[in-house]
Design a protein. Sequence first.
Length: 254
Amino acid sequence: MSRTSPRAAAWRDLVAPGLASLIALAILLGLGTWQIERKTWKEELIARIVRQTKAEPVAPPEPGTWDPGRDEFRHVRVSGRFDNDREALVHGLAAGETPGRALQGYYVITPFQRADGGVVLINRGFVPTELKAQADRRDGLIEGPTTVTGILRASEARGMFVPEADPARGEWFTRDVASIAAARGVADAAPYLIEADAVPDQTTWPRGGQLKVDLPNNHLQYAFTWFSLALCLIGVFGMFAYRRLNDSDGVGTV
């Protein structure tokens, strides 16, 4: 007949929860470390975007060489003519003059016939709802040869809660380059658009310069959360093990 001491039995009973806790701890520490790495990546991305948007404008890439990961947010310059009769309006918001208050309206996307060939869509900027009709803002139309500077952007993906576009009614809710170009009969549009820069002292509409580089960077908070959970797990298991090993009422088995 053999007797197992209460303490030995307690140690044996800790094996399964100990292994489970160890696996969970490894996962939590891995997630926290991953978020630290993501934080470094996001900071480098933001720095690159800011650097590109503030650089001297250059010619946009050829459509066949367009690489969003490399070219998006470049500061570019194009010369040519606006095709104002084919403009499209995309529902949107813009910052109002009162802090914290947004204006409802539209972004004016207009095909631009480049002087060196090809067409690119240009987001000329924002107009409030009351200026939706082009006839109400004719002083803001640009006729004849002109030069535009702005920021390269890829098509905007539609989110889960964003309504679908209705090209037949001229209703768009995202800057969908392919959809807008097709609806406006632009066959050779570049696969990107240009967000026009703001014009100093402009009084007419639409008004460019609406792009704000404000990418969220919450990875440090996420890392803190995962590491905190790991610390809590250590504390909880430590308390559990301490009580199990020091339970004076444990009974041996025969």
